[in-house]
Design a protein around this ligand. Structure first.
Ligand code: ARG
Length: 472
Protein backbone atom coordinates (compact mmCIF):
# COMPACT_ATOMS: atom_id res chain seq x y z
CA UNK A 1 0.00 0.00 0.00
CA UNK A 2 1.16 3.52 -0.75
CA UNK A 3 1.92 5.72 2.25
CA UNK A 4 -1.15 7.75 1.30
CA UNK A 5 -3.26 4.64 0.62
CA UNK A 6 -5.57 4.61 3.62
CA UNK A 7 -8.74 5.30 1.73
CA UNK A 8 -7.91 3.22 -1.30
CA UNK A 9 -8.87 -0.35 -2.05
CA UNK A 10 -6.66 -2.43 -4.27
CA UNK A 11 -3.40 -1.48 -5.94
CA UNK A 12 -2.64 1.44 -8.17
CA UNK A 13 -2.51 0.46 -11.81
CA UNK A 14 1.17 -0.04 -12.70
CA UNK A 15 0.77 2.37 -15.58
CA UNK A 16 -0.29 5.07 -13.14
CA UNK A 17 2.60 4.31 -10.81
CA UNK A 18 4.95 4.59 -13.74
CA UNK A 19 3.26 7.68 -15.10
CA UNK A 20 3.09 9.70 -11.90
CA UNK A 21 6.32 8.95 -10.15
CA UNK A 22 9.08 11.53 -10.03
CA UNK A 23 11.81 9.92 -7.95
CA UNK A 24 14.22 9.64 -10.87
CA UNK A 25 14.22 13.41 -11.00
CA UNK A 26 13.55 14.64 -7.51
CA UNK A 27 16.21 12.38 -5.98
CA UNK A 28 18.43 15.26 -7.10
CA UNK A 29 17.26 17.27 -4.12
CA UNK A 30 17.41 14.50 -1.53
CA UNK A 31 19.88 16.41 0.63
CA UNK A 32 17.73 19.53 0.43
CA UNK A 33 14.71 17.47 1.42
CA UNK A 34 16.53 16.10 4.45
CA UNK A 35 17.81 19.52 5.45
CA UNK A 36 14.22 20.80 5.24
CA UNK A 37 12.98 17.85 7.31
CA UNK A 38 15.57 18.49 10.01
CA UNK A 39 14.52 22.14 10.30
CA UNK A 40 10.87 21.08 10.33
CA UNK A 41 11.50 18.61 13.16
CA UNK A 42 13.25 21.32 15.15
CA UNK A 43 10.21 23.51 14.53
CA UNK A 44 7.82 20.79 15.72
CA UNK A 45 9.95 20.38 18.83
CA UNK A 46 9.87 24.10 19.63
CA UNK A 47 6.09 24.08 19.07
CA UNK A 48 5.74 21.33 21.67
CA UNK A 49 4.39 18.88 19.09
CA UNK A 50 7.37 16.54 19.49
CA UNK A 51 9.21 15.69 22.69
CA UNK A 52 12.92 16.40 23.01
CA UNK A 53 13.64 12.67 22.75
CA UNK A 54 11.57 12.38 19.57
CA UNK A 55 13.33 15.36 18.06
CA UNK A 56 16.67 13.82 18.90
CA UNK A 57 15.79 10.43 17.37
CA UNK A 58 14.27 11.95 14.24
CA UNK A 59 17.15 14.36 13.66
CA UNK A 60 19.76 11.65 14.21
CA UNK A 61 17.97 9.43 11.69
CA UNK A 62 17.64 12.27 9.18
CA UNK A 63 21.31 13.20 9.61
CA UNK A 64 22.32 9.60 8.96
CA UNK A 65 20.18 9.56 5.82
CA UNK A 66 21.71 12.84 4.74
CA UNK A 67 25.19 11.32 4.97
CA UNK A 68 23.97 8.37 2.90
CA UNK A 69 22.35 10.65 0.36
CA UNK A 70 25.52 12.71 0.05
CA UNK A 71 27.47 9.52 -0.56
CA UNK A 72 24.91 8.41 -3.14
CA UNK A 73 24.11 5.31 -1.12
CA UNK A 74 20.32 5.51 -1.02
CA UNK A 75 18.52 2.96 -3.18
CA UNK A 76 15.49 4.74 -4.60
CA UNK A 77 12.34 2.66 -4.84
CA UNK A 78 10.32 3.73 -7.86
CA UNK A 79 7.21 2.20 -6.29
CA UNK A 80 7.45 4.86 -3.56
CA UNK A 81 6.69 7.59 -6.08
CA UNK A 82 8.98 10.42 -5.11
CA UNK A 83 11.95 11.48 -3.03
CA UNK A 84 9.76 12.59 -0.13
CA UNK A 85 7.98 9.27 0.37
CA UNK A 86 11.19 7.34 -0.25
CA UNK A 87 12.99 9.24 2.47
CA UNK A 88 10.09 8.95 4.91
CA UNK A 89 10.07 5.18 4.36
CA UNK A 90 13.85 5.00 4.68
CA UNK A 91 13.62 6.92 7.95
CA UNK A 92 11.02 4.52 9.31
CA UNK A 93 13.18 1.57 8.31
CA UNK A 94 16.05 3.15 10.22
CA UNK A 95 14.46 4.54 13.40
CA UNK A 96 11.08 2.83 13.62
CA UNK A 97 7.59 4.21 13.98
CA UNK A 98 8.58 7.56 15.48
CA UNK A 99 9.33 8.41 11.83
CA UNK A 100 5.56 8.50 11.34
CA UNK A 101 5.54 11.81 13.23
CA UNK A 102 7.80 13.54 10.69
CA UNK A 103 5.03 14.62 8.38
CA UNK A 104 3.06 16.39 11.14
CA UNK A 105 2.10 19.88 10.03
CA UNK A 106 3.58 19.41 6.59
CA UNK A 107 2.45 18.41 3.12
CA UNK A 108 4.50 17.30 0.19
CA UNK A 109 3.21 20.50 -1.37
CA UNK A 110 5.07 22.87 0.95
CA UNK A 111 7.85 20.31 1.19
CA UNK A 112 8.56 20.14 -2.53
CA UNK A 113 8.24 23.92 -2.80
CA UNK A 114 10.88 24.20 -0.08
CA UNK A 115 13.17 21.59 -1.60
CA UNK A 116 13.04 23.15 -5.02
CA UNK A 117 13.89 26.55 -3.62
CA UNK A 118 16.88 25.12 -1.77
CA UNK A 119 18.01 23.23 -4.88
CA UNK A 120 17.57 26.29 -7.08
CA UNK A 121 19.40 28.50 -4.62
CA UNK A 122 22.39 26.16 -4.75
CA UNK A 123 22.22 26.04 -8.54
CA UNK A 124 22.12 29.83 -8.76
CA UNK A 125 25.15 30.09 -6.51
CA UNK A 126 27.10 27.62 -8.66
CA UNK A 127 26.14 29.42 -11.84
CA UNK A 128 27.18 32.73 -10.34
CA UNK A 129 30.67 31.31 -9.84
CA UNK A 130 30.68 29.83 -13.33
CA UNK A 131 29.68 33.18 -14.83
CA UNK A 132 32.43 34.82 -12.82
CA UNK A 133 34.97 32.30 -14.16
CA UNK A 134 33.79 32.95 -17.71
CA UNK A 135 34.09 36.71 -17.18
CA UNK A 136 37.61 36.19 -15.90
CA UNK A 137 38.48 34.14 -18.97
CA UNK A 138 37.18 36.92 -21.21
CA UNK A 139 39.10 39.57 -19.31
CA UNK A 140 42.18 37.33 -19.58
CA UNK A 141 41.75 37.24 -23.35
CA UNK A 142 41.34 41.01 -23.43
CA UNK A 143 44.52 41.41 -21.39
CA UNK A 144 46.49 39.02 -23.63
CA UNK A 145 45.39 40.16 -27.05
CA UNK A 146 43.08 43.09 -26.50
CA UNK A 147 45.22 45.58 -28.39
CA UNK A 148 44.44 43.76 -31.63
CA UNK A 149 42.29 45.90 -33.90
CA UNK A 150 39.40 44.40 -35.84
CA UNK A 151 36.62 45.81 -37.95
CA UNK A 152 33.54 46.23 -35.81
CA UNK A 153 30.52 45.38 -37.91
CA UNK A 154 26.89 46.30 -38.28
CA UNK A 155 24.74 44.27 -40.67
CA UNK A 156 27.85 41.99 -40.71
CA UNK A 157 29.46 44.65 -42.94
CA UNK A 158 32.68 46.38 -41.92
CA UNK A 159 31.73 49.48 -39.94
CA UNK A 160 34.36 51.06 -37.69
CA UNK A 161 37.59 49.75 -36.18
CA UNK A 162 37.42 48.55 -32.59
CA UNK A 163 39.90 47.07 -30.17
CA UNK A 164 39.52 43.35 -29.52
CA UNK A 165 39.45 44.15 -25.80
CA UNK A 166 36.45 46.39 -26.41
CA UNK A 167 34.66 43.62 -28.27
CA UNK A 168 35.42 41.05 -25.60
CA UNK A 169 34.42 43.36 -22.76
CA UNK A 170 30.98 43.69 -24.35
CA UNK A 171 30.42 40.03 -23.41
CA UNK A 172 31.69 40.70 -19.90
CA UNK A 173 28.95 43.33 -19.59
CA UNK A 174 26.32 40.81 -20.74
CA UNK A 175 27.48 38.13 -18.33
CA UNK A 176 27.61 40.60 -15.47
CA UNK A 177 23.97 41.52 -16.14
CA UNK A 178 23.20 37.79 -16.15
CA UNK A 179 24.71 37.57 -12.69
CA UNK A 180 22.59 40.49 -11.61
CA UNK A 181 19.40 38.89 -12.90
CA UNK A 182 20.17 35.62 -11.13
CA UNK A 183 20.94 37.46 -7.94
CA UNK A 184 17.62 39.33 -8.16
CA UNK A 185 15.83 36.02 -8.68
CA UNK A 186 17.71 34.53 -5.74
CA UNK A 187 16.54 37.29 -3.43
CA UNK A 188 12.90 36.66 -4.36
CA UNK A 189 13.11 32.86 -4.15
CA UNK A 190 14.80 32.84 -0.79
CA UNK A 191 11.66 32.60 1.38
CA UNK A 192 10.39 29.55 3.21
CA UNK A 193 7.10 27.88 2.22
CA UNK A 194 7.24 25.52 5.24
CA UNK A 195 4.16 25.98 7.40
CA UNK A 196 1.90 26.44 4.37
CA UNK A 197 0.84 22.78 4.56
CA UNK A 198 -1.10 21.38 1.64
CA UNK A 199 -2.61 24.77 0.82
CA UNK A 200 -4.25 26.40 3.84
CA UNK A 201 -1.54 26.54 6.49
CA UNK A 202 -1.00 24.12 9.37
CA UNK A 203 -2.81 23.46 12.65
CA UNK A 204 0.25 23.69 14.88
CA UNK A 205 1.89 26.76 16.41
CA UNK A 206 5.01 26.54 14.25
CA UNK A 207 7.53 29.34 14.48
CA UNK A 208 7.88 29.60 10.73
CA UNK A 209 10.50 32.36 10.95
CA UNK A 210 12.82 30.20 13.03
CA UNK A 211 12.47 27.24 10.63
CA UNK A 212 13.16 29.60 7.74
CA UNK A 213 16.24 31.01 9.44
CA UNK A 214 17.62 27.52 10.03
CA UNK A 215 17.36 26.87 6.30
CA UNK A 216 19.07 30.13 5.40
CA UNK A 217 15.90 31.70 4.06
CA UNK A 218 15.50 35.45 4.44
CA UNK A 219 11.88 35.16 5.54
CA UNK A 220 8.64 33.24 5.14
CA UNK A 221 6.01 33.22 2.42
CA UNK A 222 3.04 35.43 3.28
CA UNK A 223 0.24 33.36 1.72
CA UNK A 224 -0.09 29.59 1.95
CA UNK A 225 -2.02 29.21 -1.32
CA UNK A 226 0.63 31.17 -3.16
CA UNK A 227 3.49 29.40 -1.42
CA UNK A 228 2.54 25.90 -2.57
CA UNK A 229 1.69 26.88 -6.13
CA UNK A 230 4.26 29.58 -6.83
CA UNK A 231 6.90 28.64 -9.36
CA UNK A 232 7.68 32.20 -10.38
CA UNK A 233 11.19 31.64 -9.14
CA UNK A 234 11.64 28.79 -11.59
CA UNK A 235 10.46 31.03 -14.40
CA UNK A 236 12.78 33.82 -13.30
CA UNK A 237 15.80 31.56 -13.10
CA UNK A 238 14.92 29.99 -16.45
CA UNK A 239 14.52 33.42 -18.03
CA UNK A 240 17.89 34.54 -16.68
CA UNK A 241 19.41 31.22 -17.81
CA UNK A 242 17.90 31.46 -21.27
CA UNK A 243 19.32 34.94 -21.68
CA UNK A 244 22.73 33.82 -20.43
CA UNK A 245 22.62 30.99 -22.98
CA UNK A 246 21.70 33.49 -25.68
CA UNK A 247 24.76 35.53 -24.73
CA UNK A 248 26.98 32.45 -24.90
CA UNK A 249 25.36 31.53 -28.20
CA UNK A 250 26.15 34.93 -29.69
CA UNK A 251 29.77 34.57 -28.64
CA UNK A 252 29.83 31.01 -29.98
CA UNK A 253 28.50 32.31 -33.29
CA UNK A 254 31.33 34.85 -33.52
CA UNK A 255 33.88 32.14 -32.75
CA UNK A 256 32.57 30.01 -35.61
CA UNK A 257 33.05 32.88 -38.05
CA UNK A 258 36.31 34.16 -36.64
CA UNK A 259 37.89 30.71 -36.73
CA UNK A 260 36.94 30.21 -40.36
CA UNK A 261 40.18 30.51 -42.38
CA UNK A 262 38.54 33.23 -44.49
CA UNK A 263 38.56 35.36 -41.36
CA UNK A 264 41.49 33.73 -39.59
CA UNK A 265 41.00 36.06 -36.61
CA UNK A 266 41.28 33.29 -34.04
CA UNK A 267 42.27 29.68 -33.73
CA UNK A 268 40.28 27.41 -31.47
CA UNK A 269 42.68 25.10 -29.64
CA UNK A 270 42.82 21.46 -30.74
CA UNK A 271 41.48 20.49 -27.34
CA UNK A 272 38.32 22.48 -28.06
CA UNK A 273 37.90 21.39 -31.68
CA UNK A 274 36.73 18.17 -33.28
CA UNK A 275 37.40 16.52 -36.61
CA UNK A 276 35.39 14.97 -39.41
CA UNK A 277 34.98 11.24 -39.90
CA UNK A 278 35.37 11.68 -43.65
CA UNK A 279 37.31 14.87 -44.36
CA UNK A 280 40.81 14.64 -42.92
CA UNK A 281 41.30 18.37 -43.31
CA UNK A 282 38.47 19.37 -41.00
CA UNK A 283 38.89 21.17 -37.72
CA UNK A 284 35.51 22.19 -36.43
CA UNK A 285 34.48 24.40 -33.51
CA UNK A 286 31.83 21.88 -32.41
CA UNK A 287 31.73 22.90 -28.74
CA UNK A 288 30.81 26.44 -29.77
CA UNK A 289 28.21 25.11 -32.19
CA UNK A 290 26.66 22.94 -29.50
CA UNK A 291 26.49 25.84 -27.08
CA UNK A 292 24.61 27.70 -29.80
CA UNK A 293 22.40 24.68 -30.46
CA UNK A 294 21.67 23.91 -26.83
CA UNK A 295 20.56 27.44 -26.11
CA UNK A 296 17.39 26.27 -27.87
CA UNK A 297 16.69 23.77 -25.11
CA UNK A 298 17.02 26.39 -22.39
CA UNK A 299 14.73 28.79 -24.22
CA UNK A 300 12.34 25.86 -24.59
CA UNK A 301 12.53 25.18 -20.86
CA UNK A 302 11.42 28.73 -20.16
CA UNK A 303 8.42 28.47 -22.45
CA UNK A 304 7.69 24.99 -21.07
CA UNK A 305 7.48 26.29 -17.50
CA UNK A 306 5.39 29.30 -18.46
CA UNK A 307 3.05 27.01 -20.34
CA UNK A 308 2.74 24.58 -17.43
CA UNK A 309 1.74 27.47 -15.17
CA UNK A 310 -0.60 29.40 -17.37
CA UNK A 311 -3.73 27.32 -16.88
CA UNK A 312 -3.32 26.36 -13.24
CA UNK A 313 -5.90 27.36 -10.66
CA UNK A 314 -4.83 27.69 -7.02
CA UNK A 315 -3.34 25.92 -5.25
CA UNK A 316 -1.06 22.91 -5.83
CA UNK A 317 -1.77 20.91 -9.00
CA UNK A 318 0.20 17.87 -10.02
CA UNK A 319 1.19 19.68 -13.21
CA UNK A 320 3.72 21.48 -11.03
CA UNK A 321 5.80 18.31 -10.91
CA UNK A 322 6.75 19.21 -14.48
CA UNK A 323 8.85 22.10 -13.17
CA UNK A 324 11.75 19.74 -12.63
CA UNK A 325 12.60 18.41 -16.12
CA UNK A 326 12.64 21.94 -17.48
CA UNK A 327 14.66 23.45 -14.65
CA UNK A 328 17.15 20.63 -14.25
CA UNK A 329 17.87 20.38 -17.94
CA UNK A 330 18.30 24.12 -18.32
CA UNK A 331 20.63 24.44 -15.34
CA UNK A 332 22.67 21.44 -16.52
CA UNK A 333 23.01 22.91 -20.00
CA UNK A 334 23.98 26.34 -18.75
CA UNK A 335 26.61 24.98 -16.37
CA UNK A 336 28.14 22.72 -19.00
CA UNK A 337 28.09 25.49 -21.60
CA UNK A 338 29.77 27.98 -19.27
CA UNK A 339 32.41 25.44 -18.41
CA UNK A 340 33.25 24.55 -22.01
CA UNK A 341 33.17 28.15 -23.24
CA UNK A 342 35.45 29.22 -20.40
CA UNK A 343 37.97 26.59 -21.51
CA UNK A 344 37.60 27.55 -25.15
CA UNK A 345 38.26 31.23 -24.38
CA UNK A 346 41.17 30.40 -22.06
CA UNK A 347 42.89 28.51 -24.89
CA UNK A 348 41.89 30.68 -27.83
CA UNK A 349 44.74 32.11 -29.91
CA UNK A 350 44.35 35.39 -31.72
CA UNK A 351 45.93 36.51 -34.99
CA UNK A 352 46.20 40.29 -34.61
CA UNK A 353 47.66 40.60 -38.10
CA UNK A 354 44.61 39.09 -39.77
CA UNK A 355 42.33 41.22 -37.67
CA UNK A 356 44.24 44.34 -38.58
CA UNK A 357 44.19 43.46 -42.28
CA UNK A 358 40.43 43.22 -42.13
CA UNK A 359 40.18 46.52 -40.24
CA UNK A 360 42.22 48.17 -42.98
CA UNK A 361 39.65 47.03 -45.54
CA UNK A 362 36.09 48.23 -45.88
CA UNK A 363 36.78 51.96 -45.36
CA UNK A 364 36.20 51.62 -41.65
CA UNK A 365 37.64 55.07 -40.96
CA UNK A 366 35.07 56.92 -43.07
CA UNK A 367 33.08 58.09 -40.04
CA UNK A 368 36.24 59.41 -38.39
CA UNK A 369 36.94 61.39 -41.58
CA UNK A 370 33.45 62.85 -41.58
CA UNK A 371 33.97 63.82 -37.94
CA UNK A 372 37.22 65.58 -38.92
CA UNK A 373 35.31 67.62 -41.51
CA UNK A 374 32.73 68.51 -38.87
CA UNK A 375 35.52 69.78 -36.63
CA UNK A 376 36.69 71.87 -39.60
CA UNK A 377 33.27 73.53 -39.77
CA UNK A 378 31.09 71.39 -42.06
CA UNK A 379 27.60 70.23 -40.98
CA UNK A 380 27.64 66.46 -40.39
CA UNK A 381 25.25 65.57 -43.25
CA UNK A 382 27.41 67.47 -45.76
CA UNK A 383 30.55 65.87 -44.32
CA UNK A 384 28.89 62.45 -44.71
CA UNK A 385 28.27 63.24 -48.39
CA UNK A 386 31.86 64.41 -49.00
CA UNK A 387 33.35 61.27 -47.47
CA UNK A 388 30.78 59.13 -49.29
CA UNK A 389 32.09 60.61 -52.55
CA UNK A 390 35.68 59.84 -51.50
CA UNK A 391 34.74 56.24 -50.68
CA UNK A 392 33.21 55.83 -54.11
CA UNK A 393 36.38 57.22 -55.74
CA UNK A 394 38.87 55.02 -53.92
CA UNK A 395 36.67 51.93 -54.09
CA UNK A 396 36.75 52.20 -57.88
CA UNK A 397 40.55 52.30 -57.80
CA UNK A 398 40.91 49.50 -55.30
CA UNK A 399 42.64 51.85 -52.88
CA UNK A 400 42.12 52.81 -49.23
CA UNK A 401 40.86 56.09 -47.81
CA UNK A 402 44.30 56.91 -46.39
CA UNK A 403 45.58 57.02 -49.97
CA UNK A 404 43.44 59.95 -51.15
CA UNK A 405 45.24 62.87 -52.76
CA UNK A 406 44.66 66.59 -52.13
CA UNK A 407 42.98 66.65 -55.54
CA UNK A 408 40.57 63.84 -54.52
CA UNK A 409 39.60 65.81 -51.44
CA UNK A 410 39.06 68.96 -53.42
CA UNK A 411 36.94 67.10 -55.98
CA UNK A 412 34.81 65.47 -53.31
CA UNK A 413 34.30 68.84 -51.57
CA UNK A 414 33.30 70.29 -54.93
CA UNK A 415 30.58 67.66 -55.34
CA UNK A 416 28.66 68.80 -52.26
CA UNK A 417 26.58 71.92 -52.06
CA UNK A 418 27.15 73.61 -48.71
CA UNK A 419 27.99 77.21 -47.80
CA UNK A 420 30.89 76.03 -45.60
CA UNK A 421 32.60 74.22 -48.47
CA UNK A 422 34.45 77.17 -50.15
CA UNK A 423 36.35 77.95 -46.93
CA UNK A 424 37.46 74.33 -46.65
CA UNK A 425 38.58 74.21 -50.28
CA UNK A 426 40.86 77.18 -49.62
CA UNK A 427 42.48 75.41 -46.63
CA UNK A 428 45.89 74.10 -47.84
CA UNK A 429 46.04 71.51 -45.03
CA UNK A 430 42.63 69.96 -45.60
CA UNK A 431 43.96 66.99 -47.62
CA UNK A 432 46.60 66.17 -45.03
CA UNK A 433 44.03 66.50 -42.25
CA UNK A 434 41.70 64.08 -44.00
CA UNK A 435 44.47 61.52 -44.55
CA UNK A 436 45.43 61.73 -40.88
CA UNK A 437 41.82 61.14 -39.86
CA UNK A 438 41.71 58.16 -42.23
CA UNK A 439 44.17 56.07 -40.24
CA UNK A 440 42.81 53.24 -38.12
CA UNK A 441 44.78 54.51 -35.12
CA UNK A 442 43.30 57.99 -35.57
CA UNK A 443 39.78 56.60 -35.88
CA UNK A 444 40.21 54.53 -32.72
CA UNK A 445 41.70 57.37 -30.68
CA UNK A 446 38.83 59.65 -31.66
CA UNK A 447 36.24 57.44 -29.91
CA UNK A 448 37.24 59.00 -26.62
CA UNK A 449 34.04 58.84 -24.59
CA UNK A 450 32.99 56.69 -21.66
CA UNK A 451 32.11 53.34 -23.22
CA UNK A 452 33.98 54.11 -26.45
CA UNK A 453 36.76 52.12 -28.10
CA UNK A 454 39.56 54.72 -27.75
CA UNK A 455 42.56 52.79 -26.35
CA UNK A 456 42.73 54.88 -23.16
CA UNK A 457 39.03 54.26 -22.47
CA UNK A 458 39.32 50.54 -23.13
CA UNK A 459 42.41 50.27 -20.95
CA UNK A 460 40.50 51.95 -18.11
CA UNK A 461 37.50 49.65 -18.63
CA UNK A 462 39.77 46.63 -18.58
CA UNK A 463 41.47 47.69 -15.35
CA UNK A 464 38.07 48.28 -13.80
CA UNK A 465 36.77 44.87 -14.91
CA UNK A 466 39.85 43.10 -13.57
CA UNK A 467 39.61 44.94 -10.27
CA UNK A 468 35.96 43.92 -9.95
CA UNK A 469 36.57 40.27 -10.84
CA UNK A 470 39.84 39.74 -9.01
CA UNK A 471 42.73 37.68 -10.37
CA UNK A 472 42.45 34.27 -11.99
N1 ARG B 1 6.29 14.87 -6.83
C1 ARG B 1 5.48 16.00 -6.49
C2 ARG B 1 6.02 17.23 -7.21
O1 ARG B 1 7.11 17.17 -7.67
C3 ARG B 1 5.51 16.24 -5.02
C4 ARG B 1 4.27 16.80 -4.46
C5 ARG B 1 3.16 15.86 -4.65
N2 ARG B 1 2.02 16.29 -3.95
C6 ARG B 1 0.85 15.68 -4.13
N3 ARG B 1 -0.12 16.06 -3.41
N4 ARG B 1 0.70 14.74 -5.03
O2 ARG B 1 5.35 18.23 -7.34
Amino acid sequence: MQRWGGRFTGDTDPRVVEFTRSVELDAAFATDDLQGSIAHVHGLGRAGVLSDAEVETLVAGLEALRAEAEAGLIAWDPALEDVHLNLEAALEARIGTVARKLHTGRSRNDQVATDLRLWTRRAVDRIDLALLAMERALVGLAERDGEAILPGTTHIQPAQPVLLAHHVLAYVEMLERDRGRLSDARARLNVSPLGSGALAGVGYPLDREAVAAELGFDGVSANSLDAVSDRDFVVEVLAASALAMVHLSRLAEEITWWSNPRFGFVRVADAFSTGSSMMPNKRNPDPAELVRGRSAGVIAALTEMLTVLKGLPLAYQRDLQEDKPALFRAIGTLEASLSVMTGLIDTLTVDPRRMRQAADEGFTTATAMADALVRAGLPFRSAHNVVGALVAMVEGRGAGLEEISDRDVDMALGMVDDEAIPVLRRDPDIGQGMRAAATVEGALAAMDVVGGTAPNRVAAALVKARARLGPG
